[in-house]
Design a binder for this molecule. Structure first.
Ligand code: GLC
Ligand code: CA
Length: 554
């Protein structure tokens, strides 16, 4: 593939409400991000992905946008935004935005007009349908895990609107060319404001099967997952090609599609030379612990070998056609230490570093989610009312509906809740972990966490934060970047508890993802990274990970 500027980038995702609260009102803000840019620059990241900061009633924390053209006042102003872009630029850091265009908020002016007047042109910006004798038009279940994907319009007889996600997130009607053009204009205005690109939210949901037919139920509620009729459906290519042509392509923007439901043999259309996006996130192994990312009560008993095979399959498939977006965490996922490190004794810095090595050197761009670089862990909560996240509540109720006890349902939610990654960031050991001065934060801190924080991590060269800094330095180092950035990904056969791979001519990575001591053949070379102090030839201690520059004569 031809070389692109964005292949060199190291992305860092900020969840604005939980990053840094500069004005002490309990909610993170743009001024807070500006204040912390030097810390991010010291870590070495090169591009920030900002989760949504547009005006929003925050039913889904900004993924419900009521005005695409303005900044949510809780986060700041357009002047703050411009200041952020300019300050980041001085530190050679680019900004990409989150682009949520499958749906808007129900408070968006378009939707309000659509509701107010059935004859308004805005009616056709959304998906309104006649119900079946007062019931929803079909049996599709919303993506958050519970209830219909239709909501009845109050004050009208037998009319419903569609929403893949919550009822406060009505789906835009992509069949309408006028609506599409408004979205393209909006995107181009943001590009003109100096953003380097977008992470494109839930984008494989924009095309719905136009028969709007009911499906075979897959739960005791008689409903079936909406994704079966609305995720990566035939003819979506028309919309995705047009979106790319009218916006991203014209400005050499970087785009990362949140494109669930794309099979490996379709990857070429999505991320090939003429693909719709620069990269897409592959969720095949992010959801290794559950059969379905939207039904947390359906747990798997995954093994290291299965995880390894998924990673290999993903990397090899992507390598054939394009570039990967590699991640361990994001704002929709639990903390990776809790998900992937099964032995609780290693759910600290050992686990954090070994997972770091495992994902960071895969072929593609690394995406670091805030807090991952200090090894933040899940927040166990004792009652369902302690959760903010909509999908946590939906999943809790659904699990009970499916016959689990309240205790079991709470456990599923604790393991998987999106709030796990949304706990306010820990900056130091002061009150409220330095997130703000003293105001109660919008989401409670965890009482169980080990209180890792950036200030302490930066004082200790053996910390997870330093380890991430070192990983970034190695990837950027011209001696290794030919291998680590452009080099091919190669499978290395090893022990069943080890995930091993090669990059380019001379780099090899070995990660033992178990609490057993493993003996396995490892070539001689220069150990560039080691999660332990020492290394014994051909031996990996529990959860030990190493990165080697292999000797030439090996
Ligand atoms: C994406 C976002 C998630 C959001 C959903 C609806 O999956 O990552 O946070 O709830 O889209 O916008
Ligand atoms: Ca604030």
């Amino acid at each position: 593939m031809t070389e692109k500027w964005w292949q060199n980038e190291i992305f860092y995702q900020i969840y604005p409400a939980s990053f840094k609260d500069a004005n002490n009102d309990g909610i993170g803000d743009l001024k807070g991000i500006i204040e912390k840019l030097p810390t991010l620059s010291a870590l070495g990241i090169t591009t920030i992905w900002l989760s949504p900061i547009y005006c929003s009633p925050m039913c889904d924390n900004g993924y419900d946008i009521s005005d695409y053209e303005n900044i949510e006042p809780k986060f700041g102003t357009m002047a703050d935004f411009n200041h952020l872009v300019a300050s980041a630029k001085k530190l050679d850091i680019k900004i990409i935005m989150d682009l949520v265009i499958n749906h808007t908020s129900d408070q968006h002016l378009w939707f309000k007009k659509a509701l107010k007047n059935p004859n308004s042109p805005y009616r056709d910006y959304y998906i309104f349908k006649q119900g079946l004798n007062g019931e929803a038009p079909n049996n599709w279940r919303s993506n958050f895990g519970k209830g219909s994907s239709w909501t009845k319009v109050s004050g009208e007889d037998n009319v419903f609107y569609h929403h893949v996600f919550s009822k406060h997130q009505p789906d835009l009607n992509w069949e309408n060319p006028r609506m599409r053009q408004e979205i393209y204009n909006m995107i181009n205005r943001w590009l003109a404001r100096g953003v380097a690109g977008f992470r494109v939210d839930a984008i494989t949901f924009i095309k719905k099967d136009q028969d709007f037919a009911s499906i075979e139920p897959d739960g005791v509620d008689g409903l079936g997952k909406v994704k079966r009729k609305a995720e990566n459906r035939p003819e979506i290519e028309k919309f995705l090609n047009e979106l790319n042509e009218k916006t991203f392509e014209q400005s050499d923007a970087v785009t990362i599609g949140e494109a669930s439901g794309v099979s490996y043999d379709e990857l070429g259309q999505f991320i090939g030379e003429k693909g719709y996006f620069s990269m897409i996130f592959d969720f095949h192994y992010a959801d290794i612990d559950v059969y379905s990312g939207s039904e947390w009560y359906r747990k798997t008993k995954w093994t290291v070998k299965e995880l390894r095979d998924e990673i290999y399959h993903s990397q090899l498939s992507i390598q054939k056609v394009g570039w990967a977006a590699n991640f361990l965490e994001n704002h929709d996922q639990p903390r990776s230490i809790n998900k992937y490190i099964k032995d609780v004794n290693y759910q600290g810095s050992y686990g954090a570093k070994t997972l770091g090595i495992l994902f960071f050197f895969l072929r593609g761009c690394p995406f670091i989610y805030q807090g991952q670089e200090i090894g933040m862990v899940n927040a166990a909560r004792t009652q369902i009312s302690d959760f903010n996240d909509v999908s946590s509540h939906d999943n809790y109720e659904r699990a009970i509906e499916e016959g689990f006890t309240e205790k079991e349902a709470l456990k599923f939610v604790n393991d998987r809740s999106r709030d796990n990654g949304r706990v306010p960031f820990h900056w130091n050991n002061d009150r409220n972990h330095g997130f703000n001065r003293d105001h109660k934060p919008w989401l409670a801190f965890s009482t169980q966490d080990k209180l890792v924080n950036v200030k302490d991590e930066r004082k200790n060269v053996k910390s997870v934060w330093y380890f991430y800094k070192r990983m970034i330095e190695i990837r950027k180092n011209p001696t290794y970047s030919a291998d680590l950035i452009s080099g091919d990904f190669k499978v290395i056969e090893s022990n069943e508890n080890v995930i091993a791979y090669g990059r380019g001519e001379k780099i090899q990575i070995y990660v033992n993802l178990s609490s057993k001591v493993v003996e396995t053949a490892i070539p001689h070379g220069n150990i560039l990274l080691n999660t332990y102090e020492d290394y014994t030839n051909n031996t990996l201690f529990p959860y030990q990970g190493i990165l080697i520059e292999v000797d030439k004569n090996e």
